[in-house]
Design a protein. Structure first.
Length: 214
């Protein structure tokens, strides 16, 4: 097949596969004829295609289509011509400039989609923290139920309020101790405490009593 690598290089310059838009038996047939990885400096498109089809090695037998187009290509005919063997019209092996541009754009979009899919699959786990927050009222006459409702009224992406309890701190005064889970990149504790300070009718101050990374 080495003598035909130039033809295959030209064919794959504007295409991802020997035939169609997904790996098929046509690719498997030509892949077996190539036998070994080509010289990437001379045949970059064939190398790209060869590596891609090789990654499907375990699935070669189950890929769709037939080897007819691959056999036709190896014999010197374009896959499109083999598919239209009964058509008397002349087949344009290279297509118009517009067709080539459209095909190049399609290949580019396909590669971007594959890259994004791989990138998404390798996304790092979201960093989260469990925080215990002490919320102190002004005095023993502060409505602690209203205070807690004010605290929980703050909603934002990456913030989840958890369990709470009232803890005596002296002179009949109790503080609200509440647990929350935050996504570190989305929620700033400083900003959150500033928002809580706006409930000045109930809240005197807030302190981070404990913080642990998940």
């Amino acid at each position: 097949m080495s003598a035909d690598l130039t033809k295959l290089e030209q064919h794959l310059a504007t295409r991802s596969y020997v035939e169609g838009y997904t790996p098929s038996q046509a690719d498997v047939h030509v892949f077996k004829l190539v036998a070994s990885a080509p010289d990437a400096s001379k045949f970059p498109h064939v190398t790209r295609w060869y590596t891609h089809i090789k990654s499907y090695a375990a699935e070669h037998a189950s890929l769709p289509g037939s080897s007819t187009a691959g056999e036709a290509f190896a014999a010197g005919a374009a896959p499109a011509a083999a598919a239209a063997a009964d058509d008397d019209d002349e087949v344009d092996l290279f297509g118009s400039d517009e067709e080539e541009d459209a095909e190049a754009e399609r290949i580019k979009a396909e590669r971007v989609a594959e890259y994004n899919a791989k990138k998404a699959g390798k996304a790092k786990p979201v960093a989260k923290s469990v925080v215990t927050l002490d919320v102190k009222p002004w005095d023993d006459e502060t409505d602690m139920k209203a205070l807690e409702e004010s605290v929980r009224s703050i909603e934002q992406d990456g913030l989840l309020w958890g369990a709470s309890k009232l803890v005596p701190i002296g002179y009949g005064i109790k503080k609200l101790q509440i647990t929350l889970v935050i996504e570190d990149e989305k929620v700033s504790l400083d900003d959150l405490q500033e928002k809580l300070a706006e409930f000045e009718d109930y809240i005197q101050s807030t302190d981070v009593a404990a913080m642990q990374k998940l």
